[in-house]
Design a protein around this ligand. Structure first.
Ligand SMILES: Nc1ncnc2c1ncn2[C@@H]1O[C@H](COP(=O)(O)OP(=O)(O)OP(=O)(O)O)[C@@H](O)[C@H]1O
Ligand SMILES: [Mg+2]
Length: 222
């Protein structure tokens, strides 16, 4: 489903070049669950940005479902994200003027799908927020906002779920419930699951673990 081949990425900060990805390569099959691990600053978020087409690599290719992402137009990449990818970022990017339920329903509302409000309520219930449907983001805790962002990323039943530290700000019980939901969708819908995590217990629930080390991806062997 995803083929990342020899991706190089560096950022420029002032006069210095910050190399981040160095010939990073990886293939992911449809329906697989993969944990991406590595220390802070090793490039995990950058890798997610490249493989969802939000960042353009200096060289190398990312093929998603047969399309070479960086040869497409911005609009075509945005279409792929809208239709097929659910992204949970480290920052939550909720819309402050919308309630939890409205934030979650938004992707379906934009797509003109009916029943968005009910489906949003159902997903919020599954992440333990059935009692917070009408709360605005600034009236919710950090972990609650994170769960709203997760529900929003999942509402259109994406073929690929990409999550950056999805349980990072959550207590163990809530984190487990969120992880359970991700793995349920992985199983029920055969959704491919790519997650970045510092939590070794969560990483070991995935079928594969890969480590980012000096910009390259290496399989973690036990
Ligand atoms: N826009 C940018 N400009 C310059 N440097 C950047 C930029 N974004 C990230 N970096 C640098 O690139 C490196 C990789 O960042 P990235 O966010 O991918 O790391 P990460 O593995 O996700 O870390 P964490 O576990 O802390 O989230 C870091 O050293 C960071 O400082
Ligand atoms: Mg990161």
């Amino acid at each position: 489903m995803i083929a990342i081949e020899k991706v190089n990425l560096s950022y420029t900060a002032g006069d210095t070049l910050v190399p981040v990805l160095n010939d990073a390569s990886m293939n992911v099959d449809a329906g697989q669950s993969v944990a991406i691990v590595g220390p802070s600053g090793s490039g995990k978020t950058s890798l997610l940005l490249v493989l969802t087409g939000l960042e353009t690599p200096d060289s190398g290719t990312v093929v998603f479902d047969g399309s070479s992402l960086h040869e497409l137009s911005n609009d075509q990449r945005a279409d792929i994200r809208r239709d097929s990818i659910g992204i949970v970022f480290q920052g939550f990017h909720l819309i402050p003027s919308l309630t939890a339920r409205e934030n979650v329903a938004l992707p379906l509302d934009i797509a003109g799908v009916t029943g968005a409000r009910n489906r949003a309520a159902e997903l919020l219930d599954r992440v333990g927020l059935g009692h917070r449907l009408d709360h605005y983001p600034n009236a919710m805790s950090g972990g609650e906002r994170q769960r709203v962002a997760i529900a929003r990323a999942l509402i259109h039943q994406p073929a690929l779920i990409v999550a950056d530290e999805p349980t990072g700000n959550l207590d163990n019980q809530t984190g487990d419930a969120v992880a359970d939901l991700l793995f349920e969708l992985n199983n029920e819908n055969n959704a491919t699951l790519l997650l970045v995590t510092h939590d070794s217990a969560l990483a070991s629930r995935c079928q594969r673990q890969v480590r980012l080390q000096e910009g390259t991806l290496q399989a973690v062997t036990h």
